[in-house]
Design a protein around this ligand. Structure first.
Ligand code: ADP
Ligand code: MG
Length: 266
């Protein structure tokens, strides 16, 4: 059964979409079947893996018109990586959803229909804590919080963690924090090192061991409609995201083993 991981931070430009696309691509090359759910009306993940958002059916149809996601999902150039595309229409979905029954659980209902087909489902959230992001956090088993290694990145993190806590209390008691991911890291900047130290002091093991360095190949890959792994597998960006994928897979498998052992000893 697929593990659903939301990638969320209400701040824009921290590397959510870059992480969704390239972590997804890395899971794919490591032979873990992965779906990226583009939950941002800007549809950057959709175009980042090579599709024109105006030419495809999209997540709006699934959330509002009850279209089955298998009719909307597209396969990318990476055979283990699929995408549920987005579209600017998703802006309107937020308003339409307000009066729908079970409005926070609509994305979970959509993903329940297909989650058995995947090892991982990554939800690329928009830079907001609105109803669609609340839907993503309600559907997810865990959340990755990308944080840019800059001073102002720490502001707003408290608000996000508070939102996660509210969702854990009311809508999704099983929601875990998969990890805080340091992105756009520049070793030359003393401030970046300071931010990393501060994050590790506050959040300890919640911070991933893998750090994503600033790497221009990562910024360029979307213009080729391709993940870094398919475009330039030897670049630093590709290696960073492959390491992140391995870190998550290892932890996921260790947890599964622990659960099985607990069952046996009961
Ligand atoms: P978000 O989805 O959080 O708004 P993006 O993933 O779109 O953030 O990243 C914002 C910008 O920074 C994009 O132009 C992207 O290409 C660039 N970017 C993200 N991560 C990196 C990185 N590690 N190195 C270089 N550029 C990056
Ligand atoms: Mg984005």
């Amino acid at each position: 059964m697929g593990k659903i991981i939301a990638i969320a931070n209400q701040k824009g430009g921290v590397g959510k979409t870059t992480t969704a696309v390239n972590l997804g691509g890395s899971f794919g090359v490591l032979e873990h079947k992965t779906l990226i759910v583009d939950a941002d009306p800007q549809a950057n993940a959709t175009s980042g893996v090579g599709f024109d958002p105006s030419q495809t059916k999209n997540i709006y149809d699934c959330l509002i018109n009850d279209v089955h996601p298998s009719e909307v999902i597209l396969t990318t150039e990476n055979p283990n990586l699929d995408i549920l595309p987005s579209h600017i229409d998703l802006v309107g979905a937020e308003l339409e959803m307000i009066n729908m029954p079970g409005r926070e659980g609509l994305m979970k209902k959509v993903l329940d229909k297909i989650k058995d087909k995947y090892d991982f489902i990554l939800i690329d959230c928009s830079p907001s804590l609105g109803l669609i992001t609340v839907n993503a956090l309600t559907a997810a088993n865990s959340v990755i919080v990308p944080v840019q290694s800059e001073y102002y990145s720490l502001e707003g993190l408290g608000k996000l963690l508070n939102t996660i806590k509210i969702i854990q209390g009311r809508l999704n008691t099983d929601l875990d924090i998969e990890g805080i991911l340091i992105t756009l890291y520049d070793t030359r900047l003393r401030l970046a090192n300071h931010v990393v130290e501060e994050l590790k002091t506050h959040f300890q093991d919640l911070v991933f061991d893998t750090v994503i360095h600033r790497n221009t190949n990562l910024a360029e890959a979307p213009s080729h409609g391709s993940t870094i792994i398919m475009h330039d597998a030897t670049s630093k960006g590709a290696i960073n995201y492959l390491n992140l994928a391995r870190e998550i897979i290892q932890r996921h498998e260790a947890n599964k083993l622990k659960e099985e052992n607990n069952k046996i000893s009961l």
